[in-house]
Design a protein around this ligand. Structure first.
Ligand code: ZN
Length: 454
């Protein structure tokens, strides 16, 4: 059964929010209404939200109360993120080790939405969000979806690892009425699965193609090889690993711009591109984002640093100055679209996966890979693994144009970037396998004893 898009968007979606008591659509409409406010108007709301969050955290969370006291911060006076400059960063180790003390006593655990993260690092971490905050996160994500050109009620095709299953009556009902997703499971990405996905696409005619960046790239190349043509009206890539060369191929094959988005389970949506695609608008209504140097001082725009997020909307598990574990760069100017939310120019990779140069400095492996893919022919995919400062392993998926000269240039490029004449060992692969959580990592650093700050 297929309901018309307008019926899903205008009737089933609001009815479901009412049934669940969610503020998702209310938040979405409010954010949509305010998305072109003047920067000063947005700033007033941000100050109020930050102040309310910090006062709440001091009152309800023993962990934050103690830290604020030690840092000599009076919660009532906090207006901007710089007022929290003396507060130590909240690390993943803090979250793992002190979760009971971080959770707000005001919110019973049974009423919190829980999630498990950290599949790619091998150490699981449990995080929580109160129900209202969870709805607000979903509302912000909906607004970001509309920046791609998608409209509420329209179906989506998703490229995803281990997609969720409709295994209860409630979930089946929800899927029939409003969750208009269909999936291509990236854990089993082969010709037959892609053909079936393409057939369902033509039947359901979704407007949005959604998925991890590299999975979208793989789908694009497979469709092209098979001579299949899909025409989404919008594409949302939900991973920081949107490599520019892969983006170019996705946009060429599907003939539509990619909307890049950055977020995580711990604090929800952090930033998303608008229709101008000049950077990622920070989700400034809901989060404060800092980019910090290793000594803790704020980076200038254009300067690479550690990403630290304070989320305003989760009162169940207040996240003050949470170190996400990624690095990024702020933009030095506002977006021409006129929205007041500042731009993050790019996410440069996971802090832990920056490579280590011979002189001990850290090198963005993702940037090296982007440059390499752009410069040399004959490389379809590339993954760098560093087990030791003196050794680099490159997993290479070759394409037409690969030859000895490319091989030599590739080895030289990595040697020069890291210094100290490391051995660079090439492994020719058919594909780069995904992590157990369905995501891909292109730069993996396993050098022992390296301080990653998380
Ligand atoms: Zn914009």
């Amino acid at each position: 059964m297929r309901f018309p898009d307008w019926m899903v968007g205008r009737l089933f979606e609001p009815a479901w929010d009412f049934y669940e008591g969610s503020v998702r659509l209310r938040t979405y409409r409010e954010l949509a209404r305010h998305q072109f406010d003047a920067p000063a108007v947005l700033e007033v709301r941000r100050q109020e939200r930050l102040n309310a969050l910090v006062r709440h955290a001091a009152a309800a969370s023993p962990f934050h109360r103690r830290r604020l006291e030690v840092a000599g911060i009076d919660p009532a006076t906090v207006r901007s993120i710089s007022d929290l400059g003396n507060l130590p960063l909240l690390t993943k180790a803090d979250v793992r080790g002190s979760i009971e003390e971080i959770l707000a006593a005001s919110h019973p655990r049974a009423n919190l939405v829980s999630a498990k993260t950290g599949g790619s690092t091998g150490t699981a971490m449990h995080v929580f969000c109160d129900w209202r905050g969870f709805g607000m996160r979903q509302g912000a994500a909906l607004l970001a979806d509309t920046w791609s050109g998608w409209r509420l009620g329209q179906p989506m095709g998703a490229v995803w690892g281990n997609p969720p299953r409709a295994d209860t009556f409630r979930r089946r009902l929800r899927r029939v009425l409003k969750d208009r997703f269909f999936y291509l499971d990236t854990m089993r990405l082969d010709g037959a699965a892609v053909r079936e996905f393409a057939a369902r696409w033509r039947h359901l005619r979704p407007s949005l193609l959604y998925g991890h960046a590299h999975s979208l790239y793989l789908l694009a190349t497979m469709l092209e090889e098979m001579g299949e043509v899909l025409r989404p009206r919008a594409i949302v890539a939900t991973s920081m690993m949107l490599l520019q060369p892969e983006r170019n191929i996705i946009e060429r094959v599907f003939a539509v711009p990619v909307t890049n988005r950055y977020g995580c389970e711990e604090v929800g949506l952090i930033a998303c591109e608008c229709e101008r695609h000049v950077g990622l608008h920070i989700n400034a209504e809901h989060v404060a984002l800092e980019v910090l140097r290793d000594d803790g001082t704020p980076c200038d725009p254009g300067e690479d640093g550690r990403i630290v997020v304070t989320e305003f909307v989760n009162f169940g598990m207040p996240m003050l100055r949470y170190e996400v574990g990624d690095r990024g760069v702020l933009h030095d100017r506002p977006c021409p679209c006129g929205r007041p939310h500042p731009l993050l120019r790019t996410v440069t990779g996971r802090t832990a996966d920056f490579l280590v140069a011979a002189d001990g400095s850290r090198v963005a492996g993702i940037s090296l890979i982007e440059n390499t893919l752009t410069r040399y022919p004959g490389i379809a995919q590339l993954q760098v693994v560093q087990e030791d400062v003196g050794r680099i392993d490159l997993n290479v998926v070759r394409a037409a144009g690969w030859d000895e000269a490319v091989e030599k240039a590739l080895v030289l490029a990595f040697r020069e970037s890291l210094g100290g004449d490391p051995s660079v060992i090439l492994h020719f692969r058919d594909a780069i396998p995904p992590e157990p959580n369905g995501k891909y990592r292109f730069s993996i650093c396993r050098v022992p004893g390296v301080r990653t700050g998380v």
